[in-house]
Design a binder for this molecule. Structure first.
Ligand code: PMV
Length: 290
């Protein structure tokens, strides 16, 4: 019997379609080169998180969604900012599931991993669409649809894209924002449908390796629609404007909104990173796809 095991999983960025994905529309998300590692060790006594980067009251409950109440010590490391729409809880869920299967000497298939990750994700997000942990499990790009009979998950080949992530410094509350949209669903229906249609066009453009100007324009359009959905903020709008003024091809909030990050599609990350540095905006670059 193994007495320790490690699992890793990447974070993600949603390039198009957040919120509308909750209602069955397609969305596209990509894995980023940052992620989470979970190490499990058998130990006497109650299962316990011995080391963690995040101190969330739900962490213990989330661990127990998969682990037994006795006998496991958990160490968590992550290079993902928490609560910023970069899929930190999904990366944690999938890294935990991978480590737990390995500790038991099992090799899960995608379905098992996805289902195990969902149990953990639900503790943090209530009833998420599942896109975050699909990306974490696939470790690549996906076209995702949340359908009544289960998710439709299609791995995508995405051209290499240079993104700059601008951090609002505030955590967005995904559960709350999804609920707020749900409460106004009837009124917001046309905007939700527009986001879904845009995401579909964005996926087609990605598959045809459309130039970054075209992709960027759609990202900016997606941001405006998320604004109409009521999930952007003055700060996020300002960050998106800042990126465009600094020469980005396009910019949008990524994730549930209310805080979190804005992503900007650029040719040369250095230019925007330098501008962000001067303006005191925390920023970093990620390469996705390719
Ligand atoms: O976890 P976040 O903040 O990246 O948001 C996930 C995207 C939503 O579409 C807003 C919610 C969901 O469950 O898909």
């Amino acid at each position: 019997m193994r007495d320790q095991a490690t699992g890793t999983a990447p974070g993600k960025l949603i390039l198009a379609g957040e919120h509308a994905v909750v209602y069955g529309h397609p969305a596209v998300a990509v894995a980023v080169n940052r992620g989470t590692t979970v190490q499990l060790r058998r130990r006497p006594g109650p299962t316990r998180v011995e080391r963690a980067i995040l101190h969330d009251a739900r962490l213990h409950e989330a661990m127990l969604a998969l682990l037994p109440p006795e006998g496991v010590g958990v160490h968590i490391e992550s290079s993902l900012p928490v609560g910023r729409g970069m899929g930190s809880s999904a990366a944690l869920a999938i890294a935990l599931a991978r480590a737990w299967f390995t500790l038991q000497g099992q090799e899960p298939d995608f379905q098992q991993l996805h289902e195990a990750g969902f149990k953990v994700e639900r503790v943090f997000h209530g009833n998420p669409s599942g896109i975050d942990h699909a990306v974490a499990a696939i470790e690549g790009a996906v076209r995702y649809r949340n359908l009544p009979d289960g998710p439709e998950i299609e791995p995508l080949t995405v051209p290499s894209l240079e993104l700059v992530v601008l951090d609002s410094g505030l955590a967005g509350d995904t559960r709350l924002l999804v609920q707020r949209v749900r409460d106004q669903r009837l009124v917001l229906q046309p905007v939700i449908a527009e986001i879904g249609a845009l995401a579909e066009r964005f996926i087609e453009a990605l598959e045809m390796s459309a130039p970054p100007e075209v992709l960027g324009h759609m990202m900016t359009e997606n941001h405006a629609l998320l604004g109409r959905l009521g999930v952007s903020t003055v700060n996020l709008d300002r960050l998106a404007r800042f990126a465009l003024d600094a020469g980005a091809h396009g910019a949008k909030l990524a994730g549930a909104g209310g805080g979190g990050v804005v992503i900007a599609l650029v040719d040369d990350p250095e230019l925007l990173l330098r501008a962000a540095g001067k303006a005191g905006v925390p920023a970093f670059s990620v390469t996705v796809g390719g």
